[in-house]
Design a protein around this ligand. Structure first.
Ligand code: UDP
Length: 331
């Protein structure tokens, strides 16, 4: 039996990946980061105090060097291009970076007899759901190349599981939010497109925040999303890892809180916590945005025993405010 505690974290320099590294370390695992740092943050990765391999997942020699060094018990694969809008204008990037790199990583795993994978999928694979909340049996019909790239990988994982005995857990993320300011890690995207960081920046530096659509069929007319604390999401990965290592069968799980908040509610919360005004204007809808995305998180709770520790959007947003102020995003 493989007793190694070493895990490869592909994309460990990114937002969710870096928090997973922190969480795994806390629980005695030995993560190593593999990242090309095209969008991940090297300085944040360095703060995690783990070994870092900088390079491309598509580079077979690079991967062979890493996999030859140690016996790894598993791989967590967070590395991906993940801007929905960009995927529409530059789908080649998404199929190459997401599908292509995953195939290269899977090949390296097979060559080196690492047969357990935790994969980052997305609720974008569901497209525009007809029924809410969304459970794992909801039909998947993406509306962007980003969503398609992740759905294609889900199918690849199924096929590799039956043909090559790969064992996987694929998590379909809803919205990740918050940070671990006390450990100096948090969300830093360039460009930043996400609601919570932009609303916080607007409160502190006055930059205009566009509310993408006020004519949705929701109570206040703005979109509703399910925001989970990134450290809860990170912890789901730890639990998924332990499940796979103890013989759990390959499966797909939503990660969400089961509770939705509208864009306006997020703005109101940022204003209330910061004591400042968010400089928002109403703008037209953003293409591909469903009115409401809220997870049914019953399966991850019943099979993996995972449930979020952060229940209040206020606590999640406060951690994001503390992080962004310390990281200088609001200057
Ligand atoms: N949103 C917005 N203005 C922005 C960024 C986002 O109104 O500048 C809205 C967006 O339309 C969505 C919600 O905020 O309904 C969350 O968007 P985000 O980009 O943070 O995450 P996504 O749900 O796209 O993964």
């Amino acid at each position: 039996m493989n007793k190694s505690k070493k895990i490869i974290i592909a994309g460990g320099g990114g937002y969710i990946g870096s928090h997973a590294v922190a969480r795994l370390k806390e629980f005695g695992w030995q993560p190593v980061i593999v990242d090309n740092f095209s969008r991940g943050n090297h300085d944040i990765a360095e703060r995690l105090g783990v070994e870092i391999f900088a390079g491309e997942l598509s580079d077979e020699t690079f991967l062979d060097q890493i996999f030859s060094k140690e016996q790894y018990c598993a791989v967590m694969h967070f590395a991906a291009s993940s801007y929905v809008g960009e995927s529409v204008t530059d789908p080649a990037r998404y199929y190459r970076n997401n599908v292509g790199s995953t195939l290269a990583l899977l090949s390296a795993m097979l060559r080196h007899n690492v047969d357990k994978l935790i994969f980052s999928s997305t609720c974008a694979t569901y497209g525009i759901p007809k029924i809410l909340p969304i459970d794992e049996t909801t039909p998947q019909s993406p509306v962007s190349p980003y969503g398609w790239s992740k759905l294609m990988i889900e199918q690849i994982l199924r096929d590799y599981a039956s043909a090559y005995n790969l064992h996987f857990v694929a998590f379909r993320y809803f919205n990740a939010a918050g940070a671990l300011p006390e450990q100096k890690i948090g969300e830093r995207h360039s460009p930043e497109t996400h609601l919570i960081p932009l609303a916080i920046a607007s409160a502190y530096n006055g930059l205009e925040l566009k509310v993408f659509g006020r004519d949705y069929p929701t109570d206040d007319g703005t979109c509703i999303r399910d925001y989970a604390h990134v450290i809860d999401i990170a912890d789901a990965h730890r639990v998924g890892l332990e499940y796979l290592l103890s013989g759990g069968k390959s499966d797909f799980f939503n990660i969400g809180t089961g509770k939705g908040h509208s864009v306006q509610q997020v703005i109101d919360t940022v204003e209330q916590l910061s004591g400042r005004k968010v400089n928002f204007v109403n703008a037209s809808r953003r293409e591909g945005d469903p009115a409401e995305l809220v997870a049914d998180a019953g399966k991850i709770n019943s099979v993996l025993g995972w449930k979020p520790q952060y229940h209040k959007i206020e606590d999640i947003i406060q951690s994001a405010i503390d992080w962004h102020l310390a990281d200088g995003f609001c200057n």
